[in-house]
Ligand binder design. Sequence first.
Ligand SMILES: [Zn+2]
Length: 154
Amino acid sequence: MLQLLNIIHRPIPSEWKKSCGLAIKKSPLHGLGCFATVRLLKGSCIAEYTGERITRKEAMRRMRRSNGKRISELGAGCYIDGNVNGNQTQYINHSCDPNSDAFVMGGSLIIFALREIAPGEEITVDYLNSFEHDQSVCQCRTPSCRRRTIRHAA
Ligand SMILES: [Zn+2]
């Protein structure tokens, strides 16, 4: 589950709703992953994290059922299940040394590039997982790997 760094109150540009420049492929990290098909510049918007808007209660229920791999927190008790009407961003895998991050703008969750990303590179985000029962073990193999993806928000 993502938690957010920044909240910006203005509408997002309509092209961010689309997620061109991304492809779903088998990932060396875990299952399927989301890969760049074009060069993404540092700081650029990759795509909106789309999906069904659900309550915290419903998010918790789905987390228990499916480990909630594709549920992200939008803030103010609102969650997005990328598994329902989501785009390629639902396949973004966790890394402890990610190349992307998320922020909220105009009520939308936006994934953006933390650094330049080359075509063919997998998009990764450092998920802040506040679901206590999530026992996922990280497979990112980076020097800064924390092994457990669970981490409590400040
Ligand atoms: Zn890791």
